[in-house]
Ligand binder design. Sequence first.
Ligand code: GTQ
Length: 349
Amino acid sequence: MDTTVPAARAALYEDIRRLNLIPLWESLHSLVPAHPAPAYEAALWRYDEIAPYLRRAGEVISAEEAVRRVLVLENPALPGSASITNSLYAGLQLILPGEVAPAHRHTQSALRFIVHGKGAYTAVDGERTTMYPGDFILTPSWTWHDHGNPGIDGAAEPVVWLDGLDIPLTRFFNGGFAENGQAASQRVARPEGRSLAAYGHNMAPVRQLHTGTSSPIFNYPYERSRAALETLRRQEEIDPWVGVKLRYINPLTGGAPMPTIGACMQLLPAGFKGRAHRSTDGTVYSVVEGHGRVDIGGRSFAFGPRDTFVVPSWLTLAFDAPEDVVLFSFSDRPVLEAIGLLREEFLPE
Ligand code: GTQ
């Protein structure tokens, strides 16, 4: 038996290192894995636990000074990355009554999912939209956006939303550009509600049609999404894996609302014990209503309203909902779809 081979190999590896060469055969296995092996993990952030620190952040820095007053939900397995999955960023943003988060734009695409309070607004390219809990709001790539919190009818309260951005994806492709606006708040160029009126009723303007790669609707109100789920749960057989689940669409294409981020809303009726399923798009969930449990790759997490959790790529996911549960979720699904990497598996009971 030739026992000199490993030593000879080691010597070779050592010698080629200074030429910036490495032997493929030592790492082929992990470079071309049999199935996805994400480098990040399942995790859950309890809103009740976070809220006091958000409040404290509100005491130590203003929205204006912070530009965006956000506590980033960083995946525990990816310290220093500001990432919740390998491709996505998530954070909880607080805006207090009377505050303004100044106008800027960047190539990163962003979504806001309102988790607490009402009466703040986001302005996108000159149109404001007032936020209510459960609303799904877009600020597509390179659109000017600013946030403010004037309240409604003289009553204002702190507002918190979940930010979802493709920051890590943009970083990976070195596509990040950003600019600050001239003024803190952009000029209002169109009345509130214009986008939803023009595009949110299965109709579209016959002239001056919206162009661009993102949806012309930038607020998908919870009231409507919730009502749709409620009607369907009464009419349809409940899917044994996902309950009643709808995805948000760009009404002009039927595709995802933004090129890099897809989003869904689902209802799990009381008593639902979901079957396990998995997909290659690592997904962030925000709990809108109800308490339940989720099993992620053999780890069980209890959740309640306003909690956030992350399900890594290809880990199995199964829900348990003793009461009605409503979940919002977002992922990089449109990217995976576009490059042929989207796979899903719905496991039998
Ligand atoms: O509101 O524009 O959480 O630019 C991170 C980066 C929010 C925003 C974030 C941002 C924003």
